[in-house]
Design a protein around this ligand. Structure first.
Ligand SMILES: NC(=O)c1ccc[n+]([C@@H]2O[C@H](COP(=O)([O-])OP(=O)(O)OC[C@H]3O[C@@H](n4cnc5c(N)ncnc54)[C@H](OP(=O)(O)O)[C@@H]3O)[C@@H](O)[C@H]2O)c1
Length: 286
């Protein structure tokens, strides 16, 4: 089996590499924005046609949620148009695609976890471009696997955990929103799920939801980070209306994971256990 990973220097891409490196019998090629710019249709065609890949895992994305509000064209180019280039070429080469999407495709007006068939209605440019990416992918490759995830963090890159640890170690007092509810998700757990999907006996195309287990507000998440890291920080809860951001985020974006758990017999860790593991890895690096 030959696998191609795009956007491999992002937090999910790096974790996919960590997991697949434990299985050297699987032939995986990792590309980043320099070696394969997915917004170049020529580069995409050449890469996928020169070598046959059985599976393409697309980790490349425009992920700056707030910046996307003023960079809509760029966000759309990476999250929608480029997905179209990957998908149209993959259809010709018979390459199967695993693509990652987001909880921000949902409006956030539920009081129960979102299922895969619930109506999306994004309120941000980022969410809209990701939803359009899903649509263009399905139009070319109806059997693609689309995994919607949420609140990703890891030891790498810029994410909420690293930002909080950074601010916490400087002793900065913080206000964190307590009325947006979702599930923090360790990129390594998602990478493990993707490994299970690629090595499963059967390919089961469709949309799936994956996050860690449990729910939290950003305030709960911040408090857990400081508790685990043993940092004394004054954290005050505040409402989204008090902490204005360019992009409107869903107030409730918990995802129902029943489908992916059943299809791939996954045991997903509770978010705080995974957070503990990530923070321990970060401290061991220092
Ligand atoms: N982060 C989250 O909280 C979150 C939540 C829900 C869903 N997701 C989804 O999960 C997936 C993985 O997210 P992540 O957190 O791992 O993202 P990330 O850390 O921002 O990584 C994205 C990677 O894509 C690369 N990239 C950008 N433009 C590219 C291009 N034109 N060609 C090739 N590569 C390009 C980036 O490279 P450069 O850095 O060099 O630009 C970066 O390495 C994405 O689809 C994202 O939408 C993320």
């Amino acid at each position: 089996m030959k696998i191609l990973v795009t956007g491999a220097k992002g937090q999910l891409g790096l974790n996919i590499k960590r997991i697949f490196d434990l299985h050297p019998d699987i032939d995986v090629t990792y590309t980043d924005a320099d070696s394969l710019d997915i917004t170049s249709p020529d580069a995409v065609r050449k890469y996928l046609k020169d070598t046959h890949f059985d599976i393409l895992i697309n980790c490349a994305a425009y992920t700056a949620v707030d910046k996307a509000e003023s960079e809509a064209l760029l966000a759309s180019k990476i999250n929608t148009e480029a997905v179209g280039y990957l998908a149209s070429t993959a259809r010709e080469t018979g390459t199967r695609i695993i693509h990652i999407s987001t909880d921000y495709v949902f409006p956030g007006d539920h009081c129960r976890p979102y299922n895969e068939h619930d109506e999306p209605n994004p309120h941000s440019i980022y969410g809209r471009t990701k939803l359009e990416g899903e649509a263009v992918l399905k139009s070319f490759c109806p059997d693609a696997i689309i995994i919607r995830t949420a609140w990703l963090y890891s030891e790498d890159g810029s994410n909420f955990v690293r930002t909080m640890l950074d601010k916490g170690s400087q002793g900065i007092d913080l206000k964190v929103v307590c009325d947006q509810i979702g599930t923090p998700t360790y990129a390594r757990d998602l990478a493990k799920a993707i490994f299970e999907i690629t090595t499963a006996d059967e390919w089961r195309g469709g949309i799936y939801h994956f996050t860690n287990e449990g729910v939290a507000s950003w305030y709960d998440f911040a408090k857990a980070i400081f508790r685990i890291a043993r940092l004394k920080v004054n954290v005050t809860p505040c409402a989204s209306t008090e902490y204005k951001t360019p992009a409107k985020r869903p107030l409730f974006s918990v995802l129902n994971k029943t489908k992916i758990k059943k299809a791939y017999r996954l045991q997903i860790p509770y978010w705080e256990e995974s957070l503990r593991e990530c923070i321990s890895n970060i401290s061991n690096r220092i």
